[in-house]
Design a binder for this molecule. Structure first.
Ligand SMILES: Cc1cc2nc3c(=O)[nH]c(=O)nc-3n(C[C@H](O)[C@H](O)[C@H](O)COP(=O)(O)O)c2cc1C
Length: 301
């Protein structure tokens, strides 16, 4: 079941996605962290952030919308309070998700993490749709994305995976820009900008007005994008968007992903990531797939 992404070895290709798995320690008693490939932390910023006002999560027909606004404890508190505990409970792969409102913010977060033990790689969020500046601006403008990636790569002592925005016309091009800037891997997709209105009150159902759509509703679009990106770049691609069952993980891998992340599914079932990892193992056994990495790009497209 082992896969390697940018030199980092994972014992399963199924990884918990950023923002849906806390800082990992919260899941200690719910799932066996050793059974999953690893997890991505909630996005970490230079300073703690309170996020957006509520309501900031709603359920949709086949998924959810959120506008958390990148609430997090800040990189320093993560290093001081969460990392030591994580090291005690598991040796699972920890990926630190990094974001900032400016490139300098991102560099400061990376520099703080560089000296902290127990982190395997960074996932640079160039794609959050829920803040008024930063985030998505980087992810939708090729020159800005290139500069962000190049400077973060220059500051990073660990492999750098760049998380792409799906809110673009040509995601293959954005992946090429990230690779050109020095990204060691790309991950996609983040959430799609979306809107829901309460027809009785005539008000948006999310206080931020728009939110990011995730879950099974986005899977076919995410699949198309993973396929496009895996054709456009040579670096590893980590796919996500609506993975709920083991077969969804197989599908993303066949489209070109080396590994997958699972986000929204954990809201319906907190054990989802482990169940999907176990299910993928069974699927491979039942289909006589000796090495899971053989699934990457195996679709007849
Ligand atoms: C409540 C919530 C919070 C999220 N927070 C982050 C975040 O802090 N950083 C990030 O890069 N992605 C964040 N995401 C995006 C997910 O990591 C993932 O890219 C997206 O939800 C698509 O996968 P899914 O359909 O499996 O949920 C968040 C998603 C949700 C639902």
């Amino acid at each position: 079941m082992r896969v390697t992404v940018a030199g980092v070895e994972f014992r399963s290709p199924v990884i918990a996605a950023s923002g849906t798995f806390g800082y990992g320690v919260e899941f200690e008693e719910i799932i066996s962290l050793d059974k999953i490939g690893g997890f991505v932390t909630k996005g970490l910023s230079r300073e703690p952030m309170a996020g957006n006002p509520a309501p900031r999560i709603i359920e949709t027909a086949a998924g959810m919308m959120n506008a958390i606004g990148l609430q997090n404890m800040g990189v320093k508190a993560f290093i001081a309070e969460k990392l030591p505990k994580l090291k005690q409970i598991s040796d699972t792969v920890v990926i630190a998700n990094v974001f900032g409102f400016t490139i300098e913010d991102c560099l400061e977060v990376i520099q703080a993490l560089n000296d902290a033990p127990g982190i395997a790689m960074y996932e640079l969020n160039a794609s959050c749709p829920n803040t008024s500046h930063g985030g998505m601006v980087f992810g939708t403008d090729p020159p800005q994305l290139w500069e962000l990636v190049a400077r973060c790569k220059g500051a990073s002592k660990r492999p750098l995976m760049v998380k792409l925005s799906p809110n673009v016309t040509n995601i293959g091009l954005m992946a090429q820009v990230a690779a050109d800037g020095g990204a060691d891997a790309v991950s996609l997709v983040n959430t799609f900008v979306s809107l829901a209105i309460d027809v009785e009150t005539r008000r948006p159902r999310i206080a931020n007005i728009t939110g990011g759509l995730s879950g099974p509703a986005i899977k076919p679009i995410a699949m198309r994008m993973v396929h496009e990106v895996s054709k456009a770049v040579k670096i590893p691609v980590v796919g996500m968007g609506g993975v709920v069952r083991a077969e969804d993980a197989v599908e993303f891998m066949m489209a070109g992903a080396t590994a997958v992340q699972v986000g929204t599914a954990s809201y319906a079932d907190p054990r989802a990531v482990e169940n999907i990892a176990n299910g993928l193992k069974r699927w491979c056994a039942a289909h006589e797939v000796a090495e899971v990495r053989a699934l990457t790009g195996a679709a007849l497209l």
